[in-house]
Design a protein around this ligand. Structure first.
Ligand SMILES: [Zn+2]
Length: 179
C-alpha cells in the first residue's frame, strides 16, 4: 500500500543513504502519553505530519498497522523526518500502537521482520535501533527492550540454523549479508 507522500516524492533526488533502521511506535499524544493509538493509520499520520509547517509528507518510510499491513511512506531514497540524528542515514519504520501501554501484534512483528530482512538485503545496515537510542523519548515504547527489533532479525537466523536444510541456510544468509 502506498501513501500520497510516496507518489509525490518518488521522483526526488537521493537525500538518504541508509546505514541503519530506526523503529518507532505511534505512542501517546502530548496531552495523554498513555493514549491508545492502535487505530492510527498511515493516512492519519500523513495528514498530521502534513499539517506541520514545512513538512513535505509523512515522516516515516514505512508504517505497519495492527493487522500487519505495510504502508509505504516516504520513498527510501528520500530523507526521513522521524529521528533528528538519523534522518539522512536511516529507514524509519513506525508501528501503530502505544507500546508504553500494549505490545505489537504477532502480525506486526512478522511484517516488521520481513520488511527489515528485505531492507538489510539492499543496504549495509549497521544497526537496528529504537528511536529512543538518539532521542529523549520512550519510543518504541517501554514495554519493548532495546534489543527487541534487533532480535526479530537475529531470531530468523536462529530458526534457520535449527530447522532449515543447509541449502536454505546458505541462500538466506546470502540475502542477509550486506551487498
Ligand atoms: Zn519515534
Amino acid at each position: 500500500m502506498e501513501t500520497q507522500t510516496f507518489k509525490n516524492l518518488s521522483s526526488r533526488p537521493r537525500t538518504n543513504n541508509p546505514n541503519r533502521i530506526v523503529v518507532h511506535h505511534t505512542g501517546g499524544t502530548d496531552k495523554y502519553p498513555l493514549a491508545d493509538t492502535s487505530h492510527h493509520t498511515a493516512k492519519i499520520i500523513e495528514k498530521w505530519h502534513l499539517s506541520k509547517p514545512g513538512w513535505i509528507g509523512i515522516g516515516y518510510h514505512y508504517v505497519i498497522h495492527k493487522d500487519g499491513t505495510v504502508w509505504k511512506g516516504r520513498p527510501e531514497h528520500v530523507h526521513g523526518a522521524h529521528a533528528k540524528a538519523r534522518n539522512n542515514e536511516s529507514i524509519g519504520i513506525c508501528l501503530s500502537g502505544n507500546f508504553d501501554l500494549t505490545l505489537p501484534t504477532k502480525e506486526q512483528e512478522d511484517a516488521l521482520r520481513t520488511l527489515m530482512l528485505d531492507i538489510k538485503s539492499r543496504y549495509t545496515i549497521e544497526d537496528i535501533e529504537p528511536h529512543r537510542a538518539t532521542a529523549n523519548k520512550t519510543c518504541y515504547g517501554n514495554n519493548l527492550s532495546e534489543d527487541w527489533a534487533r532480535n526479530l532479525v537475529a531470531e530468523e537466523v536462529n530458526i534457520l540454523l535449527k530447522d532449515a536444510t543447509l541449502y536454505q541456510v546458505v541462500i538466506r544468509l546470502m540475502q542477509l549479508l550486506p551487498k
